[in-house]
Design a protein around this ligand. Structure first.
Ligand code: ZN
Length: 338
């Protein structure tokens, strides 16, 4: 296993605004390019019955349990069948939770390989380093192939609470570590219930999934990010220079196993920041418009900001050149097709 040095620095102060950093919101959409399923971890009931019937069934179940009447229990079980595993739903919205999105963004950066013996992440949220690629069919083999996840000994994770050492890696500094709050907070990305469809997967698995073509709206809040950190965030979203529409990334369950599951892309709409950041944006050579109490960067100025931020990230963290424009979804399609 090759030994890798993790780039670490003193963590960025969060509670005061550091000059030259930006806080704001990236308004974005996630477009489903295939079915997406983010599991609620529970199944729906196939056959819904009225309350009266349900009440009498409960009585029957109670009696049957007391009497040990197996046949009666079997009769009752025929009324209800566990069915399709639900996607995450909040009220009238089908959602990809912000925590799932944060995990996706973080993982993409963590899986970025070291360059010249140095890595930008301690890989704290990933599984243990793989010592040898698993053979096809073994657990995690597609993940290993897609990300070329080979042994990189990055040493101990950043853990300031335990070590009292607040010198942390680039990714922990952006996304958080024990005792250090993250500076990137994605919201839930949601759409209406009409985007929802039942899907029968191989091996008898049934899920509710978000249909291809659906657009889910959400935002990514960020605080005190340097220009290069905004660039790293954009690269983690699959945004590449020259476009506000990202390359396909993988999201949700079954993303590695099935070519018609898990493919999506981010589309950045606008970047908003409080008015007090006007000077910072002007220093970066941007002419975003002041609207009420905000500065809003859209269209040309947004693209300029995206390109500048990504350039800054690639200069500061050359490792990111491997991730910039890398679509694990496109690689997945080739790997799964084999
Ligand atoms: Zn770390």
């Amino acid at each position: 296993m090759s030994s890798i040095a993790v780039t670490r620095k003193a963590f960025t102060v969060r509670d005061i605004e550091v000059e030259g950093t930006l806080s704001g919101v990236i308004e974005a959409e996630i477009e489903a390019l295939s079915y997406i399923h983010v599991s609620m971890g529970r199944e729906r009931l196939e056959r819904l019955i009225d309350i009266k019937t349900a009440a009498s069934l409960l009585n029957t179940v109670e009696e049957a349990l007391i009497k040990g009447d197996i046949k009666a229990l079997q009769r009752v079980s025929s009324y209800v069948a566990l069915d399709y595993i639900d996607n995450v739903v909040y009220g009238d919205s089908v959602c990809i939770p912000g925590s799932t999105i944060k995990g996706l963004l973080r993982a993409r950066l963590e899986l970025c390989h070291a360059k010249d013996g140095s890595a930008i992440s301690c890989m704290r949220s990933d599984v243990k380093p793989i010592t040898s690629p698993p053979p096809p069919g073994a657990h995690g083999w597609r993940h290993a192939r897609i990300w070329k996840a080979v042994s990189e000994n990055r040493g101990p994770y950043c853990n300031p609470i335990e070590t009292q050492d607040y010198t942390i890696c680039v990714v922990c500094d952006i996304f958080g570590a024990p005792g250090v709050v993250g500076r990137v907070m994605p919201s839930n990305f949601c759409c209406g219930l009409e985007a929802y469809e039942k899907r029968d997967l191989p091996y008898g698995e049934k899920v509710y999934a978000i249909k291809p073509g659906t657009r889910l709206k959400g935002s990514i809040m960020f605080s005190a990010l340097k220009l290069e950190e905004i660039g790293a965030l954009l690269i983690s979203m699959g945004i590449a220079k020259g476009s506000s529409i990202g390359i396909p990334v993988l999201i949700g369950k079954h993303k590695y196993a099935y070519p018609d599951m898990g493919k999506a892309r981010f589309m950045v709409a606008v970047l908003r920041a409080p008015l007090r950041f006007a000077e910072t944006l002007a220093k970066w050579g941007l002419n975003c418009s002041a609207e009420h109490i905000e500065i809003v960067c859209r269209e040309k100025e947004l693209q300029k900001l995206i390109d500048m931020a990504i350039d800054a990230a690639l200069t500061r963290y050359p490792q990111l050149s491997q991730l910039h424009g890398f679509s694990e979804a496109d690689v997945r399609d080739k790997v799964v097709a084999k």
